[in-house]
Design a protein around this ligand. Structure first.
Ligand SMILES: NC(=O)c1ccc[n+]([C@@H]2O[C@H](COP(=O)([O-])OP(=O)(O)OC[C@H]3O[C@@H](n4cnc5c(N)ncnc54)[C@H](O)[C@@H]3O)[C@@H](O)[C@H]2O)c1
Length: 258
């Protein structure tokens, strides 16, 4: 089993500003916590007020790091741009951006209307592009940056209960590959981290059952269930100077499922 007291410290992350979308719960909260523990200054947005407040308060007390958060529905791009502006004014330019926000609601092919399609893309696809657009000028001023886009292995293993989500998450690799050369000229790296089935509170509450447990045992190479912190460790590495020559890639954290 993983022993959290044995994990790496990344000195290059100390004092860096990191922006995380959907950082209030789940994998995003674990990413926020992992950066705060490294001494980075973290800003995040979320719609979950209570959980976000509790997380920020706990991490400020535990780590002494700056943990700034603002309520923002990322489906509203103008609001997202405004919050990024406010965070930059408060903390300064950001060295790293983690595009984490998503929602894997279930739906069938026949139930999808154009309005539902647009709403799925507004949560699962569009915010990453516009967050990158808003934060890249600051990275250019700093002379370097790291962008980590959360993809998924769900569509790669033909998960069939969320076709719109599958479309949006498969496009994350295109976002990463399509911007790598443009951003690379300014030493801004961009990578995809694709989790397998991670045991967030939402996943356990909504989808994990006896059949799911059996699927994990059948499909993963490793027997242990994936935890949000397992994904956060990969994100830390890619944001740090240890990942200095990694860009345009997809890194899977899925215990060997795919
Ligand atoms: N958990 C998994 O098994 C898994 C598997 C593959 C990929 N992923 C990816 O990892 C990332 C995190 O997933 P997760 O499981 O932690 O998700 P989650 O649903 O547990 O958490 C997502 C966070 O985003 C917030 N959020 C949702 N809609 C929002 C909106 N419109 N505006 C602002 N915030 C909003 C939620 O409040 C929540 O805090 C996602 O990109 C997801 O696609 C997760």
């Amino acid at each position: 089993m993983r022993n959290s007291s044995n994990l790496a410290v990344f000195p290059s992350l100390r004092g860096k500003n990191v922006f995380v979308t959907g950082g209030g719960t789940g994998i995003g909260a674990s990413i926020v916590e992992a950066f705060a523990e490294q001494g980075a200054h973290v800003a995040f947005v979320d719609v979950a007020h209570t959980e976000s407040n509790q997380l920020a308060t706990r991490l400020r007390a535990q780590t002494g790091s700056t943990v700034w958060w603002a309520p923002c529905d990322v489906r509203d791009i103008a609001a997202l741009q405004q919050v990024i502006g406010e965070a930059s004014q408060t903390l300064g330019d950001f060295s790293a951006l983690v595009n984490n926000v998503a929602r894997d609601d279930r739906h069938t092919l026949q139930s999808v209307t154009p309005e539902y399609w647009d709403e799925r893309m507004a949560v699962n696809q569009r915010p990453a592009f516009f967050a990158i657009q808003a934060l890249v000028p600051g990275m250019q001023r700093l002379g370097a940056g790291a962008i980590i886009n959360l993809g998924s292995t769900g569509w790669q293993s033909k998960g069939s209960s969320y076709p719109c989500y599958a479309v949006a998450k498969s496009s994350v690799n295109g976002l990463t590959r399509g911007l790598a050369n443009t951003l690379g000229a300014d030493r801004i790296r961009i990578n995809t981290v694709s989790p397998g089935w991670v045991m967030t509170e939402r996943q356990v509450r909504m989808w994990l059952n006896a059949q799911g447990e059996a699927e994990i045992q059948r499909n993963q190479s490793l027997p242990d269930k994936l935890q949000p912190s397992d994904v956060a460790r990969m994100v830390l590495f890619l944001a740090s100077d240890d990942g200095a020559m990694c860009t345009a890639q997809e890194f899977k954290v899925d215990a060997g499922w795919n």
